[in-house]
Write a protein that binds this ligand. Sequence first.
Ligand code: CTP
Length: 395
Amino acid sequence: MLKGKHILLGVTGGIAAYKTANLASMLVKQHADVHVIMTKNAQQIISPVVFEALTGNKVVDDVFCRDSGYQVAHIAMAQEADVVMIAPASANIIAKLANGIADDMLSTTMLAVTAPVYLVPAMNTHMLEHPATQANLARLKTYGYHMVEPASGFLACGDTGRGKMPEADELIEYLLYEAAYSKDLSGKKVLITAGPTREAVDPVRFLTNHSTGKMGYALAKNAARRGAQTVLVTGPVSLPAPLYTTVVPVTTAQEMYEAVDAHFDSQDLVIMSAAVADYRPRHVAAEKIKKKDSTSVLELERTADILANMSKRKNGQFLCGFSMETEHMLENSRAKLEKKNLDMIVANSLRMEGAGFGTDTNIITMITKNEVRQLEKMSKDAAAQAVFDEILRLL
Ligand code: CTP
């Protein structure tokens, strides 16, 4: 995803520097060309050899280094970067950047950088909350630096609090967002639903399904990375919120109905990938449960059809549904496309290995009025990319 992209990592002297090695490795796996500048203090924590072995590029730590491979290293490295991340960013580098100080390779290079910069502050809570650090961070924001908020937790110094560096899999999301995608959905408002819904039977039990939300979250991530203004209405799942996405958590089908309804008018496209529970216990049943009449526990009624309601209210929006079938996938999906008046339905068969709930892969078939396109087995991220490519083709 990052083929042909130059990523410059700045590593300063924080214990979390070891996590940056993992980040470098993940970036290389995404085919990025990764270059690393370390401060002298960073090298007390982790050897440059680690980064050199992982990236295949020489780590530069000195403005006057004669074997960096560059003619004027700090200018060349600044200019070739598509995006820069300083992780961990110590209080010292933050202070230097905020004041334009250029007294080592990293701070000097940073003055010449014109690409987007992500700072990942990581330090002891008191150092982070010191008014000097806070003032420097505030100033850097006005200079256009992007901040990755420090996490809270147990810190290397033994304290517990804010200042922990997020893990590499979280940090890479910012770099993918910045550099991996063309912003071909920019200006579009996209609403995606994901996950299962839950319908309470009583205060302890509920009806639900096996959806883990992976496909919907992959769609939301893809939309946001491609520049869409993205709203994700999600049932209960255990996935991290995608970056730059407005997440609206819901539990029941009715809550999902209301959340989608509230956002619908302003959207350009809506994708219902949630596995909405089709049935819920009847209200009367719940009353009977209270009276301990357990014979009525599973008296069910249908939940309101969210997508069908959207198609009635449609006002220029592109509507895409999902269908998960155990048999007659094409026929059943086509029938839903028609019945719910959709622009597209993405079908997958629960009978195929590598498709459906819980897996990281999917085998999707995109169906419109005039076309059927079956794709091979691919990651849910790649399937999400294919869905938006197809929608952009149809818009
Ligand atoms: N859907 C919805 N509201 C519901 C049920 C489903 O919006 N109450 C949406 C799903 O998110 C999906 C599409 O409708 O995008 C098809 O869902 P599915 O459950 O396969 O279809 P149903 O119409 O419920 O038909 P059935 O369950 O009988 O197969």
